[in-house]
Design a protein around this ligand. Structure first.
Ligand code: ADP
Length: 746
């Protein structure tokens, strides 16, 4: 049978993470025995043909994971909008016998791809009539398989939770706003920041949520009032009066008022200058948002979507509609491409028709919820408690090792609790503070600026309370009349909460609702596929490994990099996927002498084959005997003159730094839900206790009674770890070359 031939192209605006998708499509395709072509410069290359359509090899996509943009170029192409243009494109594909196309682009590019597929039989007929191809060729390639991936920093596609590039753009924006905030705070200044998003306020909204910026203007939900300028000025003035030193207004490119009139940064600056009586500066972030190194999330999203695109190509039949590869609830799925494109267009139509309610509805629940949460968090002061309402006393604490995003969660919990009229208490230093009675009341401004700060401002400690501590803790709870407890942390938090829950009969003080929010870089907690802090750690590792790889440019070298995770291999596997490591060692799989021998053979073969760099990532506890030291020494000895070996233990740099946008957003969403849970349960006769997390279907809350059932106690990790399913994909992409065999079907 003839080999399947597929082509990939990138079109429209470029987006960081596209290269990861290209690499995954090329390598997966080759591994499964297909021939893979890259079409350079988008649809223009398809029409121009010739050297713009190039056959790819395994090595032609090496070393591109960390690069921004798209290595195969992208373009906007008017000619592809014409029938003649598409006929020429079809002819060029058939010259290479290609009849499967993976397109990475925005809704415009995907619409074009769909049209191309619909017209394909007609185009082929015309080509036969014109004598440009023969009937046999037309019969052999009677249908065109089309699979779409969304590369767009705007995150504007219906059907997928994230588009390739949006997370990186958020990195760029939050870095910029964090930087502006510090200078703004020094001078008590006001800044206006304009971010991309013509029909989609995702970047503006999430950037605001992640940085604590004060005011946001997005296309989907313009200010309700006509005199919005006065309201904005009044809010900023109130913020200053309450003690804020900096004021930041974020506007999306497509911001508008209720009547559809565009709102530009000049207009906002003018209104602020007049209202505040001070100089106001505008920063238009522009294309910086699209550029630069892709985040770990976008690299892995691109990789997983690219892999799934090839799967979809192999599954395609003349009857299957073009498919869009989507991310839904942390899983890669397929959806009918045109349905997603049409629903995306419906949002733009609703905005243009000034039907903002519909626009928000189409954006979906978590967008609307995020907007609501933002409006609470960014208030200058909380709403006053309503007359006669029950004012609860709710406490917040951190437990275990600090995880980036802990402060973000504390800030969100405290402000939401206060806004609902309750008293919020902060426990110093985790369980130690609860034992020692170190509790203080937190007011609105006490958590100002915490959205973006790494570490744990409240302090944390690693102690897990046991028998003798419980009495002291019960006394603290009684003395401070704590009616609900939010524990933000890792294993320690969960164990401690369970211990208290378990002793409710001995200590009536423990009859309060408790909820654990997963915050640990290790991502080793039950009930949540991702814990707060893990994304930051992954980015820290990818950042460090990129640099380590660059350092080796001059000589043949193999690196053994040891990463954290305790006995959970999440960080090791996902950082391996994000950096293109040849081999990843996990505790879950163990390490045998035979593995080491095989891997060594592969590495030696790689260097003989011309590789200049080897990268091995090892979880810190992958094996007690085959340590990083041991592996480095073994490979060094066996590598002989072929390569030398260095080991790097990344250590605590993984835990530090300001939280990534993703961790800030998750921390905020989860904390908001936790406070609701405590309020709902505080007055119940038998209050529930629970742990929250991100499940495949979104945020979930599980009873604390489930905790012991869901964990592998010995290794301190969940029994089921979803990400282990990604292991084969990492295996395929990191091989030295293709196996050229069809995919294994499960
Ligand atoms: P994006 O894909 O980022 O939305 P554009 O809308 O500019 O970007 O589309 C990129 C390219 O896709 C266009 O230059 C054109 O070649 C092609 N394209 C867009 N819309 C169509 C269409 N309706 N029919 C055919 N080709 C299209």
């Amino acid at each position: 049978m003839a080999k399947k031939r597929l082509a990939i192209l990138t079109s429209g605006g470029d987006a960081p993470g596209m290269n990861a998708a290209i690499r995954a499509v090329v390598r997966t395709g080759l591994d499964w025995g297909a021939e893979v072509y890259a079409i350079y410069e988008g649809y223009q290359g398809l029409i121009d043909g010739g050297s713009q359509i190039r056959k790819m090899t395994w090595d032609s996509v090496g070393g591109i994971l960390h690069r921004g943009g798209t290595v195969i170029g992208t373009a906007r192409c008017e000619a592809f909008r014409t029938h003649e243009g598409r006929r020429q494109a079809a002819h060029n594909l058939l010259k290479h016998q290609i009849d499967s196309l993976v397109v990475i682009g925005g809704d415009g590019s995907l619409t074009g791809a769909n049209l191309f597929r619909q017209e394909w039989p007609m185009l082929l007929r015309e080509l036969v009539e014109r004598g440009e191809i023969d009937q046999k060729t037309a019969d052999r390639h009677a249908f065109l398989a089309v699979v779409g991936l969304v590369g767009s920093i705007d995150n504007d596609m219906h059907g997928t939770d994230m588009t390739i590039g949006a997370d990186t753009a958020l990195h760029r924006i939050t870095e910029a706003i964090d930087a502006l905030s510090s200078t703004a705070a020094s001078h008590q200044r006001t800044f206006v920041v304009k971010v991309m998003g013509r029909h989609c306020g995702y970047l503006a909204l999430m950037a605001c949520l992640a940085t604590g910026a004060e005011w946001v203007l997005i296309p989907e939900c313009p200010p309700e009032m006509d005199n919005w300028q006065e309201k904005m000025v009044a809010d900023l003035k109130a913020g200053r009066k309450a003690g804020r030193r900096e004021s930041i207004v974020v506007i999306a490119e497509g911001a508008r008022d209720r009547h559809g009139n565009p709102i530009g940064s000049t207009e906002v600056v003018k209104a602020l200058e007049e209202g505040l009586g001070e100089e106001v500066r505008a920063t238009v972030l522009g294309h910086v948002q699209r550029g630069g190194m892709p985040s770990a999330f976008d690299r892995n999203l691109g990789t997983l979507m690219g892999y799934a695109a090839v799967e979809a190509v192999f599954d395609a039949t003349p009857e299957t509609e073009p498919q869009l590869i989507c991310l839904r609830g942390n899983r890669i799925k397929r959806a009918p491409l045109m349905e997603c494109v049409e629903r995306t267009r419906a949002v733009a139509d609703a905005i243009n028709a000034q039907d903002y309610e519909r626009a928000m509805e189409l954006r979906g629940g978590s967008f609307t919820q995020a907007f609501r949460t933002l409006r609470t968090l960014n208030r200058s002061l909380p709403h006053a408690p309503t007359a006669g309402q029950t004012r609860l006393r709710l406490a917040v604490m951190n437990c275990g090792a600090p995880a980036p995003g802990m402060n973000t969660a504390v800030r969100a919990a405290v402000r939401i609790g206060l806004d609902k009229g309750h008293t919020m208490l902060g426990v110093t230093n985790g369980f130690q503070g609860l034992i020692d009675g170190e509790i203080r009341e937190l007011d609105w401004m006490s958590v100002n600026g915490w959205a973006s700060v790494g570490g744990a401002e409240l302090g944390t400690s690693r102690i897990t309370p046991t028998g003798r501590h419980l009495y002291s803790i019960a006394r603290t709870i009684e003395k401070h009349e704590i009616q609900g407890l939010l524990l933000i942390g890792g294993w320690t938090a969960y164990k401690g909460a369970y211990e208290m829950y378990h002793h409710r009969d001995d200590y009536p003080a423990f009859n309060i609702p408790m909820i654990c929010l997963p915050a640990s870089i290790n991502n080793n907690l039950p009930g949540s596929e991702l814990s707060v802090g893990a994304d930051t750690a992954l980015n820290n590792i990818a950042w460090a490994v990129d640099r380590i790889k660059q350092s080796a440019i001059a000589q043949e070298r193999c690196f053994v990099v040891e990463v954290m995770g305790r006995r959970c291999g999440y960080l090791a596997l996902m950082s391996g996927l994000a950096t293109g490591a040849e081999r990843v060692y996990l505790h879950e799989e163990g390490v045998t002498l035979r593995d080491l021998q095989e891997d060594l053979n592969q590495i030696v073969a790689g260097f003989k084959h011309g590789k200049r760099l080897g990268l091995i990532i090892r979880n810190e506890n992958a094996n007690p005997v085959y340590t990083s030291d041991f592996m480095a020494a073994l490979f060094e000895e066996e590598g002989g003159a072929l390569f030398d070996v260095r080991q790097t233990i990344l250590g605590h740099l993984q835990q530090g730094g300001d939280p990534s946008p993703f961790d800030r957003i998750q921390a905020t969403r989860l904390a908001a839900r936790c406070v609701e849970f405590l309020i709902e349960n505080a007055l119940a006769h038998v209050p529930a206790s629970a742990f929250i997390g991100l499940g495949a279907g979104g945020i979930q809350i599980l009873s604390i009674e489930e905790f012991p059932k869901m964990i592998d106690e010995t290794h301190q990790r969940p029994k089921n770890q979803w990400w282990l399913d990604l292991r084969p994909i990492a295996g395929i992409l990191s091989q030295l070359g293709p196996r050229s065999r069809p995919p294994e079907k499960n």
